[in-house]
Ligand binder design. Structure first.
Ligand code: BG6
Length: 492
């Protein structure tokens, strides 16, 4: 089954940080795939920008290497690669100085009127405001312009607000696309389809029928090459404030009245604002911080965080588990257990929704235990949805109950390549569709909830507990959920 491709309007994608890691690993490969699949019109261009002097040809060489490194050879069609490389231009610009801006403007002005201009800032957040200001004051921004930024959007509520404020001086909120790439993942979008395109779940999607929700984002990678950023950030800021809270809002939101960006984001915002604060009195009971030690992941020995860091001891958390609660009629009393960590037993991310126990069993003890129904939405790898049900074990041996999964693994169902989240998001930017991007007030509301946790950790000197690489975090994380008589669902 192939999906229908609708071409987007002609565009100039201007990638600041065009020679950087994100462009190389994600943006250029994603744009190639969209070109290959016929979504990009002939006169669209991609303009790499950074401070380094390079020719167009140098940038094409760089991009070709990136495609070869990050795309399977079978997907690289020579003619399409050729066409794609021909779209590339390069302009050296000093983001905080004067050089290069005029030339960039001239290049952009060569485009047909009406061409969408997307400025993707794949650079450090300290450059967001200066670049935004230049784009506006030097006349590079026009009425079909978009500004795309990535996290970190601040490191607390105040810095996020300051940054948003500076951007708002030059760009209207409808022109700002704050990427949370988790929202571009297929299964994440499928959550909305599951909830609002089926009659089955919504009537039971509440505290009366749902016992609790778990969101696990497990990574097998460690620090990678990001010591500077990561060590001053930690898992709460890096993953929970954005990706995990975004997933939580999609599980918990009330049905939006339309599938429009603001209807959806209004409902997400209400969820964020209804999160029960975790503060000094509750932080020790409700949160666990961890840091990976040495161990083995995927059969390979790996070093401890401190060694990966190479600069001595650090208390930065590479793992967080916490118990969140939402104060609304729908969710009161339903815990949302979140956990995420690096160097976990494996790379596995999922949302699992456990329904309440049956109120009474008419089957005798011989029938076996009746397990609670569970819906597992698997984000990666092996995207799909599983609904666990109790059935009668086949055979004449009397009434014996068994737990089975109705398994809908998308790769088998649709027999299609799973696009990377960036492919969808980069095209949504051109379409001007902000549904899968974070609005300013959402980002700030998420910080409103995260800030007191950070403060309480600091006030209580709550340390990052060591855990061996290749496990699901410190034992305290198991205790956190077991105190409530529940257990973590082990992703397969
Ligand atoms: C990023 C974080 O936002 O998401 C990284 O900064 C993390 O630390 C990454 O590794 C995980 O994304 P994915 O798509 O690989 O699950």
């Amino acid at each position: 089954m192939t999906s229908q491709i609708i071409k987007v309007d002609p565009f100039d994608y201007v990638i600041f940080g065009g020679g950087g890691d994100l462009a190389e690993r994600k943006l250029l490969p994603a744009l190639y795939y969209r070109d290959r699949d016929g979504q990009i019109q002939d006169d669209s261009r991609i303009i790499g920008v950074s401070r380094t002097e390079r020719s167009d040809q140098d940038y094409r060489d760089f991009t070709l290497q990136a495609l070869r490194r990050h795309i399977p050879a079978a997907d690289l069609n020579q003619d399409i690669v050729h066409r794609f490389l021909a779209r590339l231009n390069y302009q050296s610009v000093d983001a905080t100085g004067d050089s290069g801006w005029e030339a960039l403007k001239d290049l952009l002005d060569e485009a047909e009127p009406g061409t969408v201009r997307a400025f993707y800032l794949a650079v450090g957040p300290e450059l967001f405001a200066p670049i935004g200001q230049k784009l506006a004051t030097l006349g590079l921004k026009h009425d079909r312009s978009r500004l795309v930024i990535e996290k970190p959007i601040g490191r607390d509520r105040k810095s996020a607000r300051d940054l948003n404020e500076m951007i708002a001086q030059h760009f209207d909120e409808t022109e700002v696309f704050r990427i949370d790439h988790y929202l571009g993942k297929e299964t994440v979008q499928n959550l909305m389809a599951l909830r609002f395109a089926n009659m089955l779940y919504e009537p039971i999607w509440n505290a009366q029928f749902i016992d609790h929700v778990q969101i696990t984002v497990g990574e097998s990678v460690g620090l990678e090459n990001r010591a500077g950023y990561y060590d001053s950030s930690g898992a709460l800021r890096d993953m929970v404030q954005n990706h995990l809270l975004q997933l939580l809002t999609l599980v918990a939101l009330e049905p939006p009245s339309t599938f429009s960006a603001d209807s959806i984001r209004d409902e997400k915002l209400k969820v964020l604002r209804a999160l029960v604060p975790i503060q000094n009195g509750t932080v020790a009971q409700r949160t666990v911080r961890g840091q990976y030690g040495s161990g083995a992941v995927d059969g390979k020995s790996v070093r401890a965080y401190a060694e990966d860091l190479g600069s001595g001891a650090s208390d930065t958390e590479t793992f967080v588990a916490l118990k969140a609660e939402i104060n609304t009629w729908r969710w009161a009393g339903v815990p949302f257990y979140l956990r995420t960590g690096k160097r976990m037993a494996r790379r596995a991310s999922e949302i699992s929704i456990t329904f309440r126990k049956v109120p009474y069993s008419m089957f005798g003890e011989d029938a076996g235990e009746i397990f609670q129904n569970q819906l597992v939405v698997r984000l990666q790898p092996g995207e799909g949805i599983k609904q666990y049900l109790m059935i009668k074990r086949p055979g004449p041996g009397g009434m014996k109950l068994r737990r089975v999964a109705l398994d809908m693994t998308f790769a088998e169902t649709f027999n299609t390549r799973h696009p990377d989240a960036y492919e969808r998001l980069l095209m949504d930017v051109i379409r001007g569709d902000q549904s899968l991007f974070m609005r300013r007030d959402e980002v700030e509301a998420a910080w409103d909830w995260v800030d007191p946790i950070l403060k309480a950790w600091a006030d209580h000197e709550q340390k990052a507990l060591p855990y061996p690489s290749g496990t699901w975090g410190p034992t305290a994380a198991i205790a956190l959920i077991e105190r409530d008589g529940r257990t973590w669902h082990e992703p397969d």
